[in-house]
Design a protein around this ligand. Sequence first.
Ligand SMILES: *Cc1c(COP(=O)(O)O)cnc(C)c1O
Length: 383
Amino acid sequence: MHPSTYIEISKSAFKQNYDFIQSILLPNVKFSSVIKGNAYGHGIEVIVPVLEEIGVNHFSVFNGDEAFRVKQVCGPDTEIMVMGMLTPAQLEWVIEKDIEFYIFDIHRLEQTIELCKELNKKAKVHFEIETGMNRTGLSKDDLNQAVELLKKNADYLELYGLCTHLAGAESIANYYRIKNQLINYKKTLKQLKAMDIEPKYRHVSCSAGTIRFPETQFDMVRVGIMQYGFFPTNEVMINYLTQHKEVDDPLRRGLTWKSQVMSVKEVATGEFIGYGTAYFASKDMKIATIPIGYGYGFARALTNQGKVLIHGEYAQVVGIVNMNIISVDITDIDDVQVGDSVTIIGRDGDKDITVSSFSDISNQVNYELLTRLPNDIPRVVVD
Ligand SMILES: *Cc1c(COP(=O)(O)O)cnc(C)c1O
């Protein structure tokens, strides 16, 4: 049965974005697809096979729960890297499954070594070093200790990566901080090399670093937002377009959120629409109800402000966003029928409701709005 409200995932859009990202990668840079946050709201179980078909074979997630979900659907040769949280039980599981993971403090390294000895397995670890973000990462002293442990336990540890995360590469305002982080990172690389330690993958870049500072790509990039069709910020997009003398956005949104008209009715001048007095009809109006609401991720803040597309025309939300229903003004849209398609995010004809326009109204950035898309809205993959 076709669902009444669903999120369409476009394979060709993902392919286009992947090709674009490949085009900005320097030679021999590995692409890791970041699918934390339920693949930025697109749905891990849906996105992994789509990306694998396109050629992706390395995925980065935040925690053990996500790694488990990827493992359920990915191919046998696909690699997974956990950048953040692991419970002790999950740590054991990732070691057993040859899943890569970050070491950002000595405690986790000691735990890892202990488990590896118990399991008689070698763990694939990435040392995350502190370079100036001050979130997670091994300090200088930690790193010295970690290197000692690494040398002592060479049978149980394989240093897959040396990494760090940039504290805001999407904004030029952070330029000096980023530059200092890179200096610190390179210094550490040199020190390790002097101790005969060379990680397989050196990686620091997210989407913004990858496109804006190509020299930060090293051996691998961890790209999230761009593969879904969004620049991290407008600043990054404008910077790219002006530098390359292009006018068109090279990325295409990977998702379209659709629903359908549930009911149509007329409202006379002088009536209020919906709960309370939030919307007063100052003219005779035609209203369509759409079966979505804040329970479906359509923010209550879009009350009297949000828009949807019906028949390629904008229809404004009138009244309060309910849990399951919104009402929209269709007075000036001809012949709207029950069952007609409604676009909540995406394109219909020559008009578009972008995630960013949607998120400006409710004060969320692309990242936040996407990851808030509820996983219980069915995903439908189309070409
Ligand atoms: C989220 C994240 C990324 C990807 O960031 P985008 O801006 O979405 O490309 C890369 N690295 C780490 C450590 C992250 O947490």
